[in-house]
Design a protein around this ligand. Structure first.
Ligand code: UGA
Length: 441
């Protein structure tokens, strides 16, 4: 156990908290660092500040071992850690498509001042290519230990809702390094993960940075591809649901991330493709990924089209109509509402005069804060009471399992819009519902 480096994790959001907790469970001594004292206090008391299945139990377990604690002190971090993971957010910059690197720069600068001995700093945040080289120079020139502080890049591919599994047993690891020592330190920092046979790709810094945005761009492209086909289906009477299933049998295409519907949201895919396109333009190769703007455009059009179709379903006008909105989170098993298609649609319907009542199994608090103009209920049947139309926006299992007959008893009119192709259209139609979905006749 003694050959294991001591780890710090700077930034305790979805990524950092999960990483810190999982590494402690795997046997490392871990210090989590965040500038938010309230978040630090909650984590130290055993409370995960966001919804992530399985994580609260692991936090309890990790705290019990005594191997994990959280602090606001960078000085403590500098003294404690051999390997420091940077896990802060890189949101979209206000008024621009570029990534906002404020938190990355601030955390590396703050940490550097306290690095008095040989250490490895490892970036995990999603950043524009070229950031790592700049940060390496920042560390070299400002850390008291100077050249003895190295930087590596280790992009994170975890999905919200599967964060624990993705961290404990990722499908691959990418180590962007500039020396054999950095690679050795990373291998030591991930020994239990690598012992499971997880493949490692060792690259330079810029390739490691690119792997992440290239992966998210590919995923976004796949989703928008099938949603573009949905637009064609709508113009021709074809069924995109059947089309997607037929395409998926070709192993080269595959069915994953080929689910048509309301499209992608969240704190990653939308801002990552925009930041990537922006960065490529800065580098003079904007044309190479110019298609990402179209991917974004297709994705936005799905939201607008959903609003149009709900209005149509209500006979051309939603003003004064009661809408039951099922879902607020950007995807199921998450309370994350960043760039959530569901709330985008709900608030657009409200702006057209509809009386929108929202229910989500996990994201209610976040939704209420962001959209106080909407009404909120206590369950799917509760918001559906006397509704003129039911709109399924996030495909939580509990919504998939709603019995069409039970919901029919509470609504004012049996109209349902399935924004996620989550329901059995035949069963709903058989129960007397008018069923509509994107890209389906
Ligand atoms: C995404 C990537 O999947 C992770 O690999 C990556 O690590 C992460 O971003 C990140 O950059 O940190 P996440 O944002 O948790 O993960 O969500 P996804 O599961 O990718 O879903 C994104 C959106 O696409 C959701 O709104 C989902 O509803 C939508 N989606 C997904 C579809 O509309 N169709 C599909 O077939 C799949």
């Amino acid at each position: 156990m003694n050959d294991r480096p001591r780890l710090t994790v700077i930034g305790t959001g979805y990524l950092g908290a999960t990483h810190a907790i999982c590494m402690a469970v795997m046997g490392y001594d871990v210090l989590g660092v965040d500038v938010d004292a309230e978040k630090v206090a909650r984590l130290n008391s055993g409370e995960v500040p966001f919804f992530e299945p399985g994580l609260p139990e692991l936090l309890t377990k990790a705290l019990e071992t005594g191997r994990l604690r959280f602090t606001t002190s960078y000085r403590e971090a500098g003294e404690f850690g051999d390997v420091h993971f940077i896990c802060v957010g890189t949101p979209q910059r206000r008024g621009s498509e570029a990534a906002d690197l404020t938190y990355v720069d601030a955390s590396v600068t703050a940490l550097a001042a306290h690095l008095h001995r040989r250490a490895l700093v490892v970036g995990k945040s999603t950043v524009p290519v070229g950031t790592a080289a700049r940060l390496a120079e920042l560390l070299r020139t400002t850390a008291p230990a100077g050249d003895r502080v190295e930087l590596a890049w280790n992009p994170e591919f975890l999905r919200e809702g599967f964060a624990v599994d993705d961290t404990m047993k990722p499908d691959r690891m990418v180590f962007g390094v500039t020396s054999a020592w950095s690679e050795e330190r990373l291998r030591a920092a991930f020994a239990p993960v690598l012992a499971q046979g997880v493949p490692v790709k060792v690259t330079d810094l810029q390739t490691a940075e690119l792997v992440k945005v290239a992966a998210n761009s590919f995923l976004a492209t796949k989703i928008s591809y099938i949603n573009a086909m949905a637009e064609i289906c709508e113009a021709t009477g074809a069924d995109v649901h059947d089309l997607a299933e037929a395409l998926a049998y070709d192993e080269r295409i595959g069915g994953k991330f080929l689910r048509p519907g309301l499209g992608f949201g969240g704190g990653c895919l939308p801002k990552d493709i925009r930041a990537f396109a922006h960065r490529a333009e800065e580098l003079g190769v904007g044309q190479a990924v110019g298609f990402l703007r179209e991917i974004d455009g297709i994705n936005r059009r799905r939201r607008a089209r959903t609003v149009e179709l709900v209005v149509e379903l209500c006979g051309g006008d939603v003003a004064g109509k009661k809408v039951a909105a099922l879902g607020a989170a950007f995807k199921p098993n998450s309370d994350d509402i960043r760039d959530a298609p569901a709330l985008d649609v709900a608030s657009k319907l409200a702006s057209l005069g509809a009386d929108v009542h929202v229910f989500d199994p996990a994201a209610m608090d976040n939704a209420r804060k962001a959209h106080p103009e909407l009404s909120y209920g206590t369950g799917a049947l509760d918001v559906a009471r006397d509704a003129d139309v039911v709109v399924l926006l996030t495909e939580w299992t509990e919504f998939r399992e709603i019995a069409p007959g039970a919901m029919a008893e509470v609504v004012a009119a049996r109209r349902i819009f399935d924004g996620r192709h989550a329901l059995d259209s035949a069963a709903w139609r058989a129960a007397g519902w008018e069923y509509k979905a994107l890209g389906r006749p």
